[in-house]
Design a protein around this ligand. Structure first.
Ligand SMILES: NC(=O)c1ccc[n+]([C@@H]2O[C@H](COP(=O)([O-])OP(=O)(O)OC[C@H]3O[C@@H](n4cnc5c(N)ncnc54)[C@H](OP(=O)(O)O)[C@@H]3O)[C@@H](O)[C@H]2O)c1
Length: 261
């Protein structure tokens, strides 16, 4: 099968031909229709998990996807991250433990839309729910994957959203979602603007401020329902065919990059 992979930690992505994966016990083999690109994928290629998980090479990145289960034809979408790391969704086929966060792919949903939802959508939904009764929220990095979902979900929850892009000045608010700070001091500087603050890069000394998404079938089903009801728009900045996807870490406009198989 064709896949986009890195030969080693830190290597450039390239189009490669690799054997189709074989499903083990309690695993599904899925023919992917689409996969979406998350910053986590680039971090994995750069070795973020090298000391904490076994890896396989060539390392195929990719956590999010939508496809059909080989054999049954059941259409699903969700998070396909599993160990060893490197059998990811930037590929025609992937295997995944049946217990992963996976949900039915609605018949009338564009697989690219479903593939764009899991990591960014679940993170945004759970972040907004962590804000409780906060009436106003600063969202730093509002134009990205998580941010563009969080802005919509927070507004739908009745909150006053202050989206922060590059160069924007922060103002005081009830809560802060910081999707950008990569070090403690940057986050602490932003966190001074709100009594309730979260970051997604685990940079705070206060663990309560370090937000980690918890994937679940239930959250995926809720997100799909919101999309179907017209309550959540999925911003796809770029759709790229798998065979041309070696540059997907180069960046994109606002929203998500989706690889189409
Ligand atoms: N902990 C978790 O469970 C979890 C879950 C999901 C994501 N994350 C992390 O959360 C972060 C955001 O994820 P994402 O999917 O939203 O990434 P993304 O799609 O790359 O979006 C990041 C956004 O931040 C913007 N940005 C960069 N620097 C900025 C600055 N100085 N001021 C304002 N905006 C700035 C970027 O704009 P440009 O396009 O102009 O650069 C981009 O729109 C990543 O680090 C990711 O790994 C963590």
């Amino acid at each position: 099968m064709w896949a986009i992979a890195a030969a080693d930690f830190g290597a450039e992505l390239e189009l490669v031909e690799v054997p189709e994966p074989v499903a083990g016990p309690n695993e599904l083999k899925v023919r992917l229709f689409a996969a979406s690109v998350n910053p986590f994928d680039r971090k994995v290629v750069n070795g973020m998990l090298r000391s904490s998980a076994p890896h396989q090479f060539p390392l195929v990145p990719g956590t999010d996807g939508a496809g059909e289960v080989a054999g049954s034809g059941e259409r699903i979408f969700g998070t396909f991250f599993h160990r060893p790391v490197g059998g990811g969704t930037y590929a025609e086929y992937v295997t995944v433990p049946a217990g992963n966060a996976l949900a039915p792919l609605p018949d009338d949903m564009d697989p690219a839309v479903a593939a764009a939802l899991p990591t960014a959508g679940m993170t945004a939904l759970q972040l907004v729910e962590s804000l409780g009764a906060a009436e106003s929220v600063l969202i730093v990095g509002a134009s990205g994957g998580v941010g563009s979902f969080a802005v919509q979900i927070a507004r739908a929850a009745g909150k006053r959203v202050i989206p922060i892009g590059r160069g924007d000045t922060l103002v005081e608010a009830d809560a802060l979602i910081d999707l950008v700070s990569a070090d403690r001091s940057s986050f602490e500087a932003n966190a001074r603007y709100a009594p309730l603050a979260f970051n997604t890069n685990y940079v705070s000394a206060d663990q309560a401020q370090n937000f980690g998404m918890k994937g679940s079938r239930e959250t995926l089903v809720r997100l799909a329902s919101m999309v179907q009801a017209g309550d959540l728009e999925v911003p796809i900045a770029r759709r790229v065919p798998l065979r041309e996807a070696a540059d997907v870490f180069a960046g994109h406009g606002p929203g998500k990059t989706v690889i189409i198989m």
